[in-house]
Every structure is written in C-alpha cells, then in structure tokens.
Design a protein. Structure first.
Length: 151
C-alpha cells in the first residue's frame, strides 16, 4: 500500500502560548480534557504525571516545557498518542482545528530538531512536530532516569 501524499493527510492544529503546532491526525488516539494524574518520581519537570487510559498507563508531558517554552498555566486539552507511536499524552493550551493537507500546504524542514514541516494556515503558520524524534528523546530521558538514579 502506498503511503499517503501530503494532500491526503490530516493534521490536528494546537496552540502552545502564542505558537501553533501540528500533529499528523493518524498518530493521535484521542483528544480529551486533562485527566487526574499521579506523579512520576524523579522524572524530568516536563513529565507532569501519568494516568490510566483504557487500561494502559500513559505518561503526560507538558510539551511547552519539553520544547523549552514557558509551561502552560491552565492547559486546556490532553492529546493522547496512538499506542503504536508511544505511551504519551501531551498537555496543550488548546486545540484549534483539524486541517487537510490540501487546506494547509506545507514545506519540509528536515533536520530542524523537533520540527519536520511548516504548514501554511490562514491564521499563520503551524510547526509540525516530528514525533519520532520527540518520542525518542522523551523515552531516552525516562530510561536514563531509571538506569542512573534508581539503585
């Protein structure tokens, strides 16, 4: 089966502070209100806790803090990633919209850290997060925590 072209894809647009970001909708399991979480001892500050999601334990990440932006004061939504991507959920300020690749043409920005593309929207640009890179670094941080800090 051929991979979808950019015009076939759909993106979830969300806000962190005054910036817009995008995730491929195929990588998202659910968008919901923030859940009650339990702390993850010794975890980096951007991990705000963990919660049970349909029987799985999911770590919650304040994406703004992870990206070295000021953290959200009142995060409005929780974006839960598909299980095949990672056991992570992202706290974000708000979800703005869902757009198709036809509605939001994008330019690739490969090699730009956590950003893989810039989507052109009527209200400005949204930066598409590279989930592969972001998840690898977040998982590495947790693995280091358990291998280096716990006797």
């Amino acid at each position: 089966m051929a991979s979808p072209t950019s015009s076939d894809r759909r993106f979830l647009i969300f806000a962190l502070q005054d910036s817009l970001f995008a995730l491929d909708l195929a990588q998202i399991a659910e968008v919901r209100d923030p859940a009650q979480t339990w702390p993850i001892p010794l975890a980096p500050a951007y991990y705000t806790g963990a919660f049970s999601f349909h029987g799985d334990i999911i770590a919650v990440m304040d994406v703004a803090l992870f990206l070295c932006l000021p953290g959200s004061i009142n995060p409005g939504k929780l974006i839960v990633l598909n299980k095949d991507v990672s056991s992570l959920a992202f706290l974000v300020d708000r979800v703005v919209t869902i757009v198709s690749g036809e509605e939001a043409p994008f330019a690739s920005t490969e090699g730009s850290g956590y950003i893989t593309a810039t989507l052109s929207l009527p209200d400005g640009n949204a930066l598409q997060l590279d989930l592969k890179v972001l998840v690898q670094e977040a998982e590495r941080d947790i693995q280091e925590l358990f291998t280096n800090k716990i006797p």
